[in-house]
Design a protein around this ligand. Structure first.
Ligand code: GTP
Length: 360
């Protein structure tokens, strides 16, 4: 049996303002709740028991995924009364694990989309006889991340806070949010209080001489921390750049879910997904976007890199670029929204109310 813990709690896990009652892992990316992709990838890598550790809107996960059997998994749910942080959440589910003390336990951050070779991470862990193994990824600009330098054998040397000066950028390797723990180590994390793996558990382990192994895997990796990243991730799933067995259909330029209606001359490109029951009118152009179920896009609207919420409506000729339209919101005809604009759930923008056109 291979067991995994999926961390889907903490603060700020809603994709504001798109979803009032939906935690981000349940927002649909490429047609299914984002978490489905992670669960399906874990299953494909041989995981059969998953404990979902959450602290927030927990009641939405279980009704959807149930016991996990539809995905070939056995899923259990553990809800923290107060968020316990990443380390605290791992410790809190320890009693649900059945593995032997030396067995590998996978841990995944719930807000990462990645093509990580999970089996290779477990193999590295076992070959190096590490206590914890971490997926590391290289980023062009590591300033926004904690850095994880390793020696020539891949052994982790330190966990460094976000670099403040150029001299502090000693590596471009960052923690990519997937780990393998030796089972027995999980019980050494303090119970019943918030603990951060990056700031407490891992540095403490290093200080006591534990073996932390890094595995750099430069495969697809995306932190879904912002709505723009979430939209990008969905498009990459549709395009097949981010591999997932859970994409409901063939990968390609677009994914149109059953019961959606799309006018023959509508142009859907760059990984756009159209959810069930959505209506895409004639003369629309939609690129790299997520259209959630039952949304209505009226004739001539142009939508790029945006997320249109469930049952939201975008009026005729409106032009939306890099925007989030909340569930049930209405953008009237002839509006122009861009650059991260977010329209709250159920809000209404009258026709011709917002423009970004040049004054020239
Ligand atoms: P700490 O390491 O605890 O300080 O969290 P962080 O802020 O560094 O973690 P981050 O926000 O990057 O979250 C990483 C993953 O852990 C995400 O998938 C979060 O949903 C999850 N997570 C963060 N905090 C908690 C928590 O308190 N409980 C649970 N169950 N999951 C959490």
């Amino acid at each position: 049996m291979t067991e995994a813990i999926l961390l889907v709690g903490g603060k700020g896990t809603r994709l504001r303002p798109l979803t009032v009652n939906t935690p981000k892992p349940m927002v649909r990316a490429a047609g299914v709740p984002f978490l489905t992709h992670q669960l399906a990838r874990a299953r494909a890598a041989g995981v059969d028991h998953i404990v979902l550790a959450t602290s927030y809107l927990a009641e939405v996960f279980e009704p959807h995924f149930g016991d996990g059997s539809a995905l070939g998994l056995h899923i259990e749910y553990v809800t923290e009364k107060e968020p316990l942080g990443t380390g605290g959440a791992i410790r809190n589910v320890s009693s649900r694990l059945h593995s032997a003390p030396d067995d590998p336990i996978l841990v995944f951050n719930g807000d990462i989309l990645t093509g990580l070779d999970i089996a290779a991470l477990v193999a590295t862990h076992q070959q190096t006889n590490a206590d914890v193994s971490l997926h590391l990824t290289k980023v062009p600009d590591p300033r926004a991340y904690g850095l994880v330098p390793t020696d020539e054998t891949g052994r982790v040397q330190a966990f460094l806070e976000k670099p403040q000066t150029p001299e502090e950028i000693v590596t471009d390797q960052i923690n990519a949010g997937a780990y393998v723990f030796r089972r027995s180590l999980i019980d050494t994390i303090p119970a019943g209080r918030p603990v951060s793996v990056e700031r407490e558990t891992f540095p403490d382990l290093l200080a006591t001489g534990a073996h932390l192994q890094g595995m750099v895997d430069s495969t697809y990796w995306l932190d879904l921390g912002t709505p723009a990243a979430f939209v990008r991730g969905s498009a990459d799933l549709v395009l097949g750049r981010a591999p997932s067995p859970a994409v409901p259909g063939r990968c390609g330029d677009r994914l149109i879910l059953p019961t959606a209606t799309v006018a023959p001359d509508a142009k859907l490109t760059a990984g756009t997904v159209v959810g069930e029951g959505a209506f895409i009118a004639e003369g629309t152009r939609i690129s790299g976007s997520v259209i959630l179920p039952n949304a209505v896009i009226e004739p001539g609207a142009v939508i790029t890199d945006s997320l249109i919420g469930t049952a939201a409506r975008v009026g005729e000729r409106s032009v939306l670029t890099d925007t989030v339209i909340g569930d049930g919101a209405v953008v009237g005809a002839d509006n122009e929204l861009r650059d991260g604009a977010r329209v709250w759930c159920d809000a209404m923008i009258p026709p011709g109310a917002v423009r970004f056109s040049s004054d020239q």
